[in-house]
Design a protein around this ligand. Sequence first.
Ligand code: ADP
Ligand code: MG
Length: 704
Amino acid sequence: MIESMDDEKAAGFEYQPVQVLKGVGQAVAEKLERLEIYTVQDVLFHLPIRYEDRTKVTPLGSLQFGQQALVEGVIDYCEVAYSSRGRRSLLCHLSDNTGAIVLRFFHFSKAQQNNLTIGKTLRCFGEARRGASRLEFVHPEYQIIQQAGATIDQSLTPVYPKTEGVHQSLLKKISDQVLNKINQGFLLDWLPQQIIAEYHFPDLVTALSSVHRPHKHENVFALNACRTRAQQRLVFEELLAHKLSLLQSRRKIKQAKAIKLSVSKQGYSSFIDRLAFELTGAQEKVIAEIFADINHEHPMLRLVQGDVGSGKTVVAAAAAMAATNAGFQVAIMAPTEILAEQHFANFIEWFDENNCLLLTGRDKGSGRQQKLKQIISGECQIIIGTHALFQDDVEFRQLALMVVDEQHRFGVHQRLALREKGRAENSQDIIMPHQLIMTATPIPRSLAMTAYADLDYSIIDELPKGRKPVTTVVVSTSRRDEVMSRIEKACEKGEQAYWVCTLVEESEVLQCQAAEVAAEQLTAELKNVRVGLVHGRMKQQHKQSVVNRFKNKEIDLLVATTVIEVGVDVPEASLMVIENAERLGLAQLHQLRGRVGRGGKQSACVLMYQPPLSETGRQRMSILRETSDGFKVAEKDLQLRGPGEVLGTRQTGLMQMRIADIVRDEHLFAEVNKTAQYIIKHHPRAIKPLVRRWLGKAVRFANV
Ligand code: ADP
Ligand code: MG
C-alpha cells in the first residue's frame, strides 16, 4: 500500500494496480478485471452510464408514467396475486397523503413477505410503469424507514456499467477513494491547453469529479443526455483517442512493406474479356483506385463499400488478378460457407480453375491436408474460404493481397488475425499483404471517418444497368392467402421466388426446423409449384445441389432460412416473401431484399408480419417500403439501432465507447478530426497516454 502522495506521484499513481486501493484484494481485483479495470486510472475512466436523482422524495400523487423516482409511503396491505398464466406475484399497496402505487415482486421470499406488514413506512426507488389499476414499481429497491423524510442523498447517484458480482456500491467505494485524491495532481491532463481554452472545456480533474459525483443542483436530464460541459469534454477526448489510435494503427501498417503489384494493360484487358458483362463506371473507378494503391511498396488499406448487388465481387477479382499475374497469392475471406462457395463459383469462371482453392470448415482430414499443401507450396494462388483460413496450420507461400468480404459480419479480432497471417519479416522489414475490405452496409460518411479512420474509402455508387427497383409491400399474416395466390400466379408465369423463414431464437436447429415445416406446408398448399428447401444444417453438397436446381429452374419456390442473406445469386428470381419480417433488423432485411431484382425483371418483396407490430417494427417496414437506397436505409438503421450493431462491433470492443456515442455525438466529429491532426503535429507525446487512458486493453486490437 502506498502511504504518501509523493510516493504515488513518483510511481505514477494512475498506473498503479487497483490493489493499492482499500478493500481491493485478489478476489475483487479479478472481478474488476471483467470490467477491464486494472489500474487506478481505469477506475477513473469507468464512467457512469446514467444518473438517478435520489435527492428528493416525489409525492405519489404527482408521479408520472415512465418517471424514475424516489418515493415514500405507508403499506396499506399486501397480497399474492396470480396472472392468467398462473404466474405468482407479491403486490404491496403503498400510499401517502397525495396518492397510491403498487409495488410488484415476481420473486420474493417468505421472510420478505412477512417483513412487509401493514403500517410500515417504505422508501423505494424505481421506475413507474402502468399497472392494472394504478402506477406500479416492479422490483424496486426499497428500505423500511422509521418515518417519512429520513436523511436523504445529497448528490445525484451515478450508475456505473456493471458486471456480475460487481455491485454499484463497490464501484462507488473505490471511485470515492480515487476521487478523494484526484486533486493531488497525479493525473495529467493530456488535452493541450490551447484546445481546452478554444472549446471552453473544464480541466480533466474538474470534469471527472463532476461526471462521477454531480452536484444535486445539476440537471439530471442534461446529465442523462450527456450534455453537460464536463461530459462533452470527456466525449470529445474519447472520440479523439479512438481517432488517434486508428490513425496510429494505419501509420504502422503503412510503414510495413508490401509487394508492389503493377497491372499491365494487356493483363487487365484479357481479364475484362472474360467477363460476361460490362463493368459499371463505378466499378471501373474503384478498380482504378485499388490498382493505384497496390502499385506501391506499402500495404493498401482500403474499404470498398457498395450496396447489395452493386458488384463488389468482380472488383475483388480484378485485384486478385493483379496479384496472381505477378505470381503471388491472394486470400479471399467470406463470412459464410454459402458465400465462399458462391465466390469460388464466380472465380473459377474468371480464373483458371486449377489455380483456385476453397477452404472451409467442411474440409477435414487428408482432404484438408492436401489443400494446405497446395497453399503452402504456392501451387494454388487464389484461396477462398471462411474462418477456416484463420487456423494456425494454414500457411501461405507469398500472400500479396487479402480480401475480406462483408466485413461487418466479422469481428475486428478476426480481421486483424488475418492481417497477422500474411505478416512476414526479413532482415530489415515487416512485410504485410495489401488489404481490401468490402462491405454492403452503407455507412454514413461521418461515421465511416470515425469507425474506419485507419482505412481509405471507396464507394461503388452505381448499380449494374437494367436493374429495376424492387417494389416492397408490407402485409399482415392475416393476408397469407393473398400472398399464396401471388406466388402461384408468378410461378405459373415461369417466375421464381424465395420464401424466407425467420426466427428470433439464435438456435440454428430451430431455424432449420421452422424452414422444414414451412417447406412441407407450402408444398401441400401450392400444388403446382415445385418447392425446394435450403438451410444451414444441410450437407454442403446437398445445399449446393438445391441452389443449383433453383438456378436451373427446376425449382420454382426456394424456402430458406436467412442463410441466403449473403451469397445466393440467382438473377432470375423476382419475388421474395419474408415471413415474420418484423423479427429482422433493417440492414438484414435490405440485404435479403437485394437477392431479388438482379435480373432485368420487375421484382417484388413481400414483408409479412405477425401483428401486432411494435412501433420500431412499423418504422422499419415503412422505411423499406419507401426506399431501396442502401444509404438511406443505413442512416435510418443507425438511428433506430445504434452504431455498435450496425458495424457489428458490439462484441469486439473496438467501437464500444465509455461515454461517447457515435450517433449522438456526431456534431463533434469535424472538430475531433481537426484536433487529432493538431495533436499529431504539435503534441505527439500526448497520443500514447490518451489512447491508453481511453481504450485500455482495446488498444491491443487496434494496434496490431
Ligand atoms: P455484391 O456487391 O452484393 O457482392 P455481386 O458481386 O454478388 O454483388 O454482384 C451481383 C450480381 O451482379 C452478380 O450476379 C454479378 O455477376 C452481377 N454483376 C456484377 N457487375 C455487373 C455489371 N457491371 N453488369 C451486370 N451485372 C453485374
Ligand atoms: Mg457480395
